[in-house]
Design a protein around this ligand. Sequence first.
Ligand SMILES: Nc1ncnc2c1ncn2[C@@H]1O[C@H](COP(=O)(O)OP(=O)(O)O)[C@@H](O)[C@H]1O
Ligand SMILES: [Mg+2]
Length: 258
Amino acid sequence: MLAVPLIAAQRVSKQFGGPTGVLALDGVTLDIRPGEFVSLLGPSGCGKSTFLRCLAGLEKPTGGALTLAGAPIARPPEQLGIALQRDALLEWLDVLDNVLLPADFGGRVQQKHVDRAMELLRMVGLGEFLHHYPRALSGGMRQRVAICRALLLDPPLLLMDEPFGALDALTRDQLNVDLHRLWLARRMTVVFVTHSIVEALFLSTRVVVFSPRPGRPVDDVVLDLPEHRLLAMRETPEFGVYARRMRAQFEAMGLIHE
Ligand SMILES: Nc1ncnc2c1ncn2[C@@H]1O[C@H](COP(=O)(O)OP(=O)(O)O)[C@@H](O)[C@H]1O
Ligand SMILES: [Mg+2]
């Protein structure tokens, strides 16, 4: 790992609606290094999406400093990959053309893009569906297409905001496996928002727990788990220790009680 952070947040805050409005983030200090897979784990409304939107250049912090590769984020960075809960596929384009969209925007679809799109689609089990239209796909297949699209141009940074939140539990497991395989192959930096403890632990090299609003990191754990993740890892004692630690955070915040 390089010593230089890719993302550096110094006491970042975000207040919506002026001084009397909603303080969504307060004092977010966080460095993310190239190649890390960092999950931001926190309750609904704690500002996770707001922080991701600041990273994407879609919102501006109202306080503190936020840099990407050493430079302030003034507009959406070039070559950024984004995947959201809603897959935002274009219904009138087939699977392959949906994945090729980022190259098409630049007016430069080349054979290498087509090859890359097909490789990505094969890696997530959609090699046979290149010319299907989104309406003929299940929710899980659609989300796979959206992830392939986000990865087409090999972005050094991939931002994901609860991309699997709308999927059933089994499909979500499969998508976790698929995303992990893609990450192992490319080692892009990923910032992944979720409120699932299990999903965060399965996918990440590091988990940052956010407090309720105004959100700020209250725990930050680099996971000492096998590099190559298998679903069965979720039943190991090591995994259980981390899961209990995360659950204890939520209990301490008063968000879970038994
Ligand atoms: N554009 C906006 N204008 C006003 N308030 C907003 C806006 N976006 C988010 N908020 C508020 O900021 C807080 C954090 O929202 P969000 O970042 O979406 O939380 P999370 O993604 O963790 O659920 C919430 O109280 C939300 O209502
Ligand atoms: Mg959100």
